[in-house]
Write a protein that binds this ligand. Sequence first.
Ligand code: F6R
Length: 366
Amino acid sequence: GKGNFPHFMLKEIYEQPTVIGDTLATVLNPASQTVTLPPLPIDFATVPRITISACGTASYAGYVAKYWLEGLARIPVEVDIASEFRYRGAPLPEGGLAIFVSQSGETADTLEALRFCKREGQHILSIVNVPESTIARESDAVILTKAGPEIGVASTKAFTTQLTVFASIAIAAARARGTIDHKREAELASALSEVPGRAAEVLKHDEHIAEIAQTIAKARDVFYMGRGSSFPIAMEGALKLKEISYIHAEGYAAGEMKHGPIALIEDEVPIIMIAPSDALFEKTASNVQEMISRGGKVIFLSDAKGIARMKKQAVPFACIELPAVDPVVAPILYSIPVQLLAYHTAVIKGTDVDQPRNLAKSVTVE
Ligand code: F6R
């Protein structure tokens, strides 16, 4: 049941500290501060390329993983939505690894993309939440997200546990590849092990986010922006808002705005900026300044240091302060405020949060 929560979606958002911890318990060794994955069909040290395929929210987990796997492990990664990838006749390298991400494990396009890769001789790894699902059964290896049943149609805890699994894979791959040393691995393992506690801190901003949602609920169009691994979180935030509040939203790479979409920024347009203190922070801050000078209402998500730096340049409409963390784990934490923002906006609009119109929990038709 929903317990004390008005909706499954809110209950599932609040379960994230626990289920991220449950997922980490299967892949992290706290004593040695290392990642230990189950036996996999490939050796990361020699794999020529990784192909990731999924739909919707699960595909955004794949896009974050591309930044992690390329950045940390220096393995070339291709990500594509399954409904395009499966028909494209993509050339795949011999001995390549194909990873499929799915909460339900039954999504028709993802399953067909998997079967295509199998025929093409790829090694198949899936990240699924339902262990007995078709995608799990047809894979060479499975890493389970320990999210528990997800009832709300909008995916929340499945997404952050998918990210958790991918972060662990990236660390293990980087170790195998020799691109990080033991000290860095221990740092990353420790940053990951702190995510459940940090996620619980993020949930404390719920009331403040509900206030900000009053502004979002009045908007016709909303932009979400970020750079690097925050870019897929921007796309995920926009998807969450669209599907449950029915407000038009777009997720953009912050640096791409000036190539067209900035024409849409005028007075009162809300812009959610995903801006953890990382190597790209200054670039993002200068995009924020551009948005503010065109009248955009920037809702700025960053840590205390980032917020202070931003305010020296231009003052956002609202700031949500997240804990300062290693930039590698930031996407997991920054998912939570965008989920809450979509949730509260939908509640204000009076939509059917758990069962939005036209959507099914599991898309088994093509
Ligand atoms: C969005 C959402 C969908 C699913 C997509 C894939 O909130 O839930 O975009 O992520 O339909 O579903 P699975 O993960 O079951 O393959």
